[in-house]
Design a binder for this molecule. Sequence first.
Ligand code: SF4
Length: 112
Amino acid sequence: MPQQSISRRRLLKQAGSSLALIPLVTVYQQPAYAAEKITLDHPSAKALGYVHDANEVDVAKFPKRAGEEGAKQFCDNCSQYKETEPGWGTCTIFPNYLVAGPGWCNVWVPVT
Ligand code: SF4
């Protein structure tokens, strides 16, 4: 019996240690992005023609968004987008920033 109680004590001690790590693990598993909205003067945003409102895309410069099919392209129906708050979300192309759901950039890829 003493052997069994030692094992139980060890088990509880180890379980306690494991439980103590859960908050740390949770913190480190947070997505690595800050909730900062990207600005239009960000060099990558400019290079990729990102805008907060897809209806403002210069289609002469970015013909991908021209025409009937192009007009259906928005960040919130792009495979790179994941909404994190109403109207805004993360984008794998712009890590550490939020992009606008109604926005657009030249990397737009449809959700499959
Ligand atoms: S890759 Fe998609 S979600 Fe990201 S900015 Fe461009 S259109 Fe928006």
